[in-house]
Design a protein around this ligand. Structure first.
Ligand code: Q0Z
Length: 292
């Protein structure tokens, strides 16, 4: 690992300190399923996610934390450059706003569970009679906080306003929904539904920046449009394959997970690469040729 101070580990990501203003944001090839880190790496998964984030930072052109992907001027990375290339962004260090800015265009996941069970923080503004995976009348902003368990906990509009103040709440809601709508339009032209996604924002001085990974398959729910049927579960692009293999074992979804056979690793890798191509409309081979 880099000769830089380690700042934070996520399930599948790492952060290192470059200097007072900048961080190294690294997407590893680790994969989680059912909230458990699997024992095998998925080669190129981190590059796929970084490539998708870079695509949308460029496309959206909204104030964000990306500084550069050029690592050549960062001291002390000589031995790691090859491993880090394509999976690493140099980012502006920001004061992270402690609210996950979730936007949903479709009713699924924890929001569907709340809805079915009689309502919860994410369903405050929803009409009755919706089905699983239904498209919502308009996208909703459903913030969450990181609970002590490490799980995200949905919070009400009023709780979020109390945490952030009305002005920041309204600015984050406006920016989040605007970004969702633009990305969902982009995806829909590729035959892909952006069902929901999660953004993080931070302040660098008084500038409000979009930070973290953006619109990746790990931070978003992407569906092949031709497999969407309201009332039914929709397979996710990237993880469905490995989930189905895990489902066919007797695993009880507690760590450790069973070891993935080589063909399941290879099939999962192919699906991530296909997801890059479908979601961005570009070519992961070309991404690797210029960034790998
Ligand atoms: C993001 C996270 C982890 C990956 C801190 N630009 C920024 N400035 C300050 N802090 C962050 C960022 Cl992106 C920041 N996270 C979430 C944790 C690996 C992402 F361990 N934490």
């Amino acid at each position: 690992m880099p000769a830089l101070r380690h700042i934070a580990s996520g399930k599948v990501r790492e952060i290192y300190e470059v200097d007072e203003e900048r961080l190294l944001f690294v997407a590893t090839d680790r994969i989680s399923a059912y909230d458990v880190i699997l024992n095998q790496l998925i080669p190129d998964k981190g590059r796929v996610l970084t490539g998708v984030s870079l695509h949308f930072f460029d496309y959206l052109d909204t104030p964000n934390h990306l500084v550069t992907t050029d690592l050549s001027d960062i001291p002390g990375l000589d031995d790691e450059l090859e491993d880090l290339s394509g999976r690493t962004m140099v980012v502006r260090r920001a004061e992270v706003i402690p609210v996950e800015c979730v936007v949903r265009g479709y009713l699924y996941g924890s929001s569907w569970r709340e809805y079915r069970e009689g309502g919860g923080p994410t369903t405050e503004h929803l009409p009755s009679g919706l089905l699983l995976a239904d498209r919502l009348p308009e996208p909703i902003f459903t913030p969450a906080t990181k609970a002590a368990t490490g799980h995200d906990e949905n919070i009400t509009e009023s709780e979020t306003r109390q945490l952030l103040g009305d002005d920041l709440y309204e600015e984050l809601r406006r920016r989040s929904i605007d970004i969702y709508l633009r990305a969902a339009d982009y995806a829909s032209e590729k035959g892909v539904i952006l069902a929901d996604t999660k953004f993080e924002f931070g302040f660098a001085g008084d500038e409000l920046l979009l930070i973290d990974e953006v619109l990746t398959p790990d931070s978003s729910r992407y569906w092949p449009a031709d497999e969407w049927v309201p009332g039914q579960d929709v397979p996710s692009f990237d993880k469905q394959f490995v989930r189905e293999w895990l489902d066919a074992t007797d695993w009880d979804r507690t760590a450790p997970a069973p070891d993935l056979p080589a063909d399941v690793v290879a099939g999962t890798r192919s699906r991530y690469i296909e997801a890059y191509d479908r979601i961005t409309g570009g070519s992961f081979d070309e991404y690797l040729a210029s960034n790998g």
